[in-house]
Each structure stands twice: as C-alpha cells, then as structure tokens.
Design a protein around this ligand. Structure first.
Ligand SMILES: C[S@@+](CC[C@H](N)C(=O)[O-])C[C@H]1O[C@@H](n2cnc3c(N)ncnc32)[C@H](O)[C@@H]1O
Length: 219
C-alpha cells in the first residue's frame, strides 16, 4: 500500500497544500486520528470536503496503544495492497506526530510505501496571527513539549530567545516560574479555527484545551 502521510495544517482547510488536496481527492482510504477527548477527528474535518464519496474512513483513537493502532493500519494494508491511502496528521507530520511510532510497528506486519506531505504547524499560525517573528538574525528558537521535565524546560528557556511550548495543557503542572526571563508571552487556543483565541500568557494558567500552545519572546 502506498501511504501518504498528509499534514492537514492546524484547522483551516484553506491552509492545506495543493499537493495534499490532489492526493486526498484520489485516495481510497483515510486513517483519521482522534486526539485527546475529540469525538470527531479534527484532521478529518479539515479534509472532508476534498475526499471522494467512496473513500473509506478508518478512525484511529489515540487513547489506544500503538500496537492496537498499528494492527488496524496493517490489516487495511494487507487487504488492499495496491490501494493508495492517506494517514491524516494535524499540522506537520514531522512535529510531535505519533505517525512514526505507529509506522515502526506497521512496517513489521505489512508492506507500506511512505510519502510525507508537509503541513503548516500551529506555531506558524500563532506567530503569523500575532504579527510577531519567530526569529530574526542570530536568535535561537526552541520548540518544546509542555510534558518535558522541569529541568529540561528550564535549560531550554534560559538558552532561547523564542520558545514555543506545544501540548500547553500539560503546563498546568508547571508554575510560571520559568517564564520570568521572557518579556512577552501568549497562549493560542484552537488556532486557525472558528474558536481561535490568542491572549497574553496569564500569571497562573487555568484549564487549557488540548489544542493550545504558548509562545514566549525574550525581546
Ligand atoms: C501531537 S501535537 C501535533 C503537532 C502538529 N503535528 C503540528 O505540526 O502542529 C498536538 C499539539 O499541537 C498543538 N496544536 C496543534 N494544532 C493546534 C491548534 N490549531 N491550535 C493550538 N495548538 C495546536 C497543541 O499544542 C497540541 O497539544
């Protein structure tokens, strides 16, 4: 099976690439991730209008373990070896996507030819909508997950001019203590969707949705 790993961008279908649209119009099956507590796949909603009416949709619930998910993908690939499929990924497939972990399991069970289509990541939308550059000149940018340890977070924050924190919902566990070196900071929720919110990083973070990130700037 030829598997296109399609970066669907952060939520707005207008941010899909032309290559993604071309591929989505002809694939026979899509694997759609259900993230966090989503009841319907955001990535699927982004691409839905481009899919052929005959396209099969296989939901992959990311609360299940990677072994189970790889079994589902491998079964489809074994049943339909000559088909083209799309594995949907929010944002860009190479940034914090579980695709590679699933793929390493699938590879042992079924033959897949992998082609990756890049997508726009959430932090790119955040800096664009703020009108704030991620980096200029010699500035250093770090991209870290809110799930990183306090020690790692502190080191990276100290050594970066700009810091993007993905999986920001997990930041609730960390006090804003480390953010004092930064003169400016914002939280972005559900970027590039109808529910987008961008606001200055509060002193104390309360509940944040799964689709949220923080952008911090030293200067
Ligand atoms: C598993 S990572 C996937 C990142 C994705 N591959 C990308 O390139 O943007 C999920 C995290 O991405 C961030 N994220 C993705 N889409 C977002 C959006 N529309 N608004 C805010 N954050 C988003 C959140 O931090 C979320 O917890």
């Amino acid at each position: 099976m030829r598997m296109w790993v399609v970066g669907t961008g952060p939520g707005d279908p207008k941010l899909l690439t032309l290559l993604a649209i071309e591929v989505l119009q002809r694939v026979k099956v899509v694997f759609a991730p259900l993230m966090g507590s989503e009841s319907s796949s955001r990535a699927y909603q982004v691409v839905q209008s481009y899919l052929s009416p005959h396209c099969r949709v296989v939901n992959l619930c990311f609360n299940e373990d990677f072994y189970e998910l790889s079994q589902i993908v491998a079964e489809e690939a074994t049943k339909y070896p000559s088909e083209e499929a799309a594995f949907l990924v929010i944002g860009d497939p190479t940034l914090y996507s579980s695709f590679f972990r699933i793929f390493s399991e699938v590879e042992e069970k079924a033959a897949l030819e992998i082609k990756i289509i890049p997508g726009i990541s959430a932090h790119q939308v955040m800096s664009a909508h703020l009108g704030v550059p991620l980096a200029q000149g010699e500035e250093i940018v770090s991209i870290i997950p809110g799930t990183a340890s306090k020690e790692q977070t502190k080191i990276l924050l100290n050594n970066s001019d700009t810091c993007v924190i993905y999986k920001a919902a997990s930041l609730l566990k960390q006090k804003s203590l480390y953010f004092e070196n930064f003169s400016r900071g914002w939280v972005g929720e559900n970027l590039s969707t109808n529910c987008e919110k961008i606001y200055p990083l509060p002193k104390r973070l309360l509940h944040l949705p799964y689709f949220s990130l923080a952008l911090l700037k030293k200067h």
